[in-house]
Design a protein around this ligand. Structure first.
Ligand SMILES: Cc1cc2nc3c(=O)[nH]c(=O)nc-3n(C[C@H](O)[C@H](O)[C@H](O)COP(=O)(O)OP(=O)(O)OC[C@H]3O[C@@H](n4cnc5c(N)ncnc54)[C@H](O)[C@@H]3O)c2cc1C
Length: 309
């Protein structure tokens, strides 16, 4: 690789980025252009991979997630970034504020670590649901609402979010049915009724498909509701527990950070969906762009500390 930035003679890398999704690649682009030695580890599967097309990302409308990520990787490699298709298994804080990073094939010592490992949508165990994930089963109308204009949509999932999700969907379609066996607060009953959302008091037991095509859902009390698409409000959890051994995380494994992803541990940042579960691709890209200068400045201060002792 002709442009590869060589690690310092000590063998210590400036920065290890874990995750080559939108967030990790964006951080990497800044850092390789800041001429910092950078290794990016990636385990492969990305959150958006189940979708055919990207929406709501300027310049990439309707392009495939694969094309977006491949293009990003090429840009990083061009400036000397070292992308390794390896899963990181462990990060340890060692002496001199350094980090020992162990992946499936490498052992690297780094001055800084950026965790950009994304999140897991916890898909409910309902027959027929997983097959359509990212195709006819959706999480957010911001990405697919336009394509579902006035289509028949069923909503279910976490009670504290399905009122908002159902109301929001009416910006795109006038045919929204929410299925829940839990009561809505009186304000939500009024709001949903005002925007013509139909409420069915039951729970979704299975998804009906014919030749792979979504036909509707069956409720636990046997009602059949036909639909063209389903929106599920799922719970989410951090996709790796790497941060949990190094800094404070919440009950779902998401790190506690400041606005730019700085954790309670110097030299460690967490960005993208790994600390902003509702972030889109554009937000993930922005998180990488924000963290790049912070890491660069930290690295300069790290070297200065020795020089001005
Ligand atoms: C079905 C669906 C459709 C979506 N459609 C859109 C859309 O059209 N437009 C939009 O803006 N947003 C969309 N999103 C949201 C989008 O997926 C996220 O905003 C985006 O993926 C966040 O990027 P990220 O870099 O934080 O995480 P990811 O893209 O998930 O990247 C995380 C990376 O970390 C890697 N990783 C995890 N653990 C390890 C480990 N231990 N070692 C090494 N690597 C690891 C993973 O393999 C992955 O490559 C969609 C989400 C879903 C669920």
């Amino acid at each position: 690789m002709k442009n590869k930035i060589i690690a310092e003679k000590s063998g210590v890398i400036d920065v290890v980025i874990i995750g080559a999704g939108a967030a990790g690649l964006s951080a990497a682009l800044f850092l390789v252009r800041a001429r910092r030695s950078t290794i990016i580890f990636d385990a492969g599967s990305k959150r958006i991979s189940s979708s055919k097309n990207i929406h709501e990302l300027l310049g990439f409308e309707n392009k495939s997630p694969e094309e977006f990520h491949n293009l990003g990787e090429k840009e990083i490699v061009k400036y000397g970034g070292d992308i390794r298709k390896e899963k990181v298994l462990k990060i340890e804080a060692i002496s001199n504020n350094l980090f020992a990073v162990q992946s499936t094939n490498s052992f690297v010592t780094a001055k800084t670590v950026v965790i950009a490992t994304g999140l897991i949508d916890v898909i409910p165990e309902i027959p027929g649901l997983k097959e359509g994930w990212g195709k006819d089963i959706h999480v957010c109308p911001c990405f697919t609402g336009y394509e579902l204009h006035n289509k028949k949509v069923v909503v279910f999932g976490l009670q504290d979010r399905i009122g908002q999700l159902s109301k929001f969907l009416t910006a795109w379609t006038n045919n929204v049915t929410v299925v829940t066996n839990q009561p809505f607060a009186p304000t939500w009953i009024k709001k949903l009724s005002a925007v013509d959302v139909q409420v069915i008091n039951s729970e979704v037991a299975s998804v009906i498909r014919s030749n792979g095509k979504l036909k509707g859902v069956i409720t636990s009390d046997g009602q059949k509701i036909s639909c063209d698409a389903i929106f599920v409000s799922t719970s989410m959890q951090a996709s790796s527990n790497l941060a949990s051994t190094l800094c404070k995380v919440d009950e779902f494994g998401f790190a506690e950070t400041d606005a730019v992803g700085q954790t309670s541990r110097p030299g460690l940042w967490v960005i993208g969906n790994a600390n902003d579960p509702i972030g889109h691709l554009a937000h993930a890209i922005a998180s990488g762009t924000k963290v790049g200068p912070m890491v660069t400045d930290y690295l300069l201060e790290y070297s200065l500390a020795d020089l001005i002792k």
